[in-house]
Ligand binder design. Sequence first.
Ligand code: FCB
Length: 435
Amino acid sequence: MTNFPTEFLWGAATSSFQIEGATGADGRGESIWDRFCATPGAIHDGTDGQIACDHYHRFEEDIALMASLGLKAYRFSIAWPRIVPDASGAINEAGLDFYEKLVDTLLAHGIAPYATLYHWDLPQWLEDQDGWVNRDIVEAFTHYTRAVVGRLGDKVASYATLNEPFVSADHGYREGEHAPGRTSIQDAFAAAHHLLLAHGTAVPIIRELAPSAQVGVVLNFTPAFPASDDPADLDWTDQTDAWENRWYVEPIVGLGYPEGATHNVVWAQSEVLDGDLETIAAPLDFLGVNYYSRQVCKADGEVPATLPVTDMGWEIYPQGIRELLTRLHGYDTFPSFYITENGCAMPDIDLDGEFVNDQDRVSYFREHLTELNAAITNGVPIRGYFAWSLFDNFEWAHGYAKRFGLVRVNYETLERTPKASALWYRDVIAANAVS
Ligand code: FCB
């Protein structure tokens, strides 16, 4: 038995665009993901977010399901296009009403609401003004933050400003696999800086409007290992580590941006104005950590996996969660950590009707939680864990083809069926221990 600390917070996570559907409901504006999904070839299975899990209409049933699993916290995100649908900047009260009902229902079930303000679904009207590349977006994010936190206030236990700004900037602006589908590394550098600036600017506003809520940010990390000790591989590993793992956390802890090249390009930092780095380094209550896998880096190409992989092709490397948390604690800055995402897509082929006997997913969770527990024992202040994801859902460029859920969603009937992993997780929560 591996026991967890008494107050350990067990949760599950989702995000607005991936589960809500109802993209035209109650005055919601267009998001960059609606536009991207309508671009032929952008989503591998040709799907979109118009229905998704229909959580927008089924949130009460979904919260009852969370309660039946014993979840103590639920991490969700707020859809910016529901709150500020168009360029007039007018606040859509119906959008706020939805999230307030969601939060009130969670509280009525004794589930702590953990909100993320930005999980990638930018209003399209902002992208039409150059999106995260345009510094004016910081003001727009501030306006949006005031509206949300002004309404939800301290009912929300914890606010994260951004989810994985690396993915927003890199996949959205450099590599083009995510909305808005742009492919310029210079745009990605600018986007990264404005994401961080929006984060740092929002932190004191959240503190002012929700004085008892915890404030932080959610970053993703994929530990990088060299394929060989060839100097070219070592250099590529350093560049990858800087761009993917250090680019956001280091300015936040006050160290500024990593130096050197990224994808063999050096950034001139012309977007960084006086005072920006101080704003970005606003003290936080927690760092949210998303961890899925590691990567092995080779200067001139891909490296075949040597460990077992998930349905995403991601190597399963459980000790990475312990190594990573130990490294992040080494910055000596964050008072607490939460695992805000960890989980796996699996093929889910062991089906009995709608019931999925996903023992592979159970093993993934068990191994990661055991390593996480070791990090806690070693003194890293990890306060909670959110499984990704509560539901099978819209997995971005993969559409509905990749299933990450503890709960199966039948996309024809929208029926929800807890998988073996959900029942296992329910028992972990009840015992506060992994066996
Ligand atoms: C993370 C995202 C989340 C989900 C998982 C699999 O990068 O934050 O929305 O797509 O990966």
